[in-house]
Design a protein around this ligand. Sequence first.
Ligand SMILES: [Mg+2]
Length: 223
Amino acid sequence: MVFGKNVVIYDLDDTLYNKTEEFADVLDTVMAEALVYDLGLKMDVAKAKELVTESYRIYRDGGEIFYRDYNINPRDLFIAYHRRKPVEKIIPYDNLLDKIKNIPAEQYVFTASDRYASEKILKHLGLFEFFKDRYYSVEDFGVYKKNENSKVYREFCYKIGVNPTDCVFVDDSYSNLEFAKEAGMTTVRIFYHNNSAKDKTYIDYAYKGIESFLDAVLSGKAF
Ligand SMILES: [Mg+2]
């Protein structure tokens, strides 16, 4: 059990690996390139990148400004961006698989990456075999985000045959946790610099990096 629950569901990006500031910057460029080169946005890449960064800051979604003001289709950007995602630049944690294998719960991944990118990322992290039949993308539920409402969390639980109240959801993005909580899950936020979301009542527990969460569970501090 983990916090009294028998299912743990992990976000993937920036939860099962740490997205450094350098990598986040690379991803903003990649999204700008997808917009300009793949989707025909009439803008230079540098300007598009500035808007991606601004869009993340305002909406916590790099594409939102483009959906609103530039007639970009969310699905088209979702696919083009994930095709270009430079997965090989991710630095995996050491021994993550060994720790995860020993967690006393059923474990799943639920990601806002598409299936193409999430398979590549899980392979790169050495976690693919473990999560092979237990990872899902938002695209499996016909959506592109998991911070819009709690429906997708309830559908996820239905798909894996568990009740939301039996689940712990682990994510770096607190906008996702709000809806996991609304669905009835116990929530764990992974932070890196400081715990910037202490005031959010829908966050039950917070840990600095996934390893400290896993270590807490493995040492019996999070039963
Ligand atoms: Mg994330």
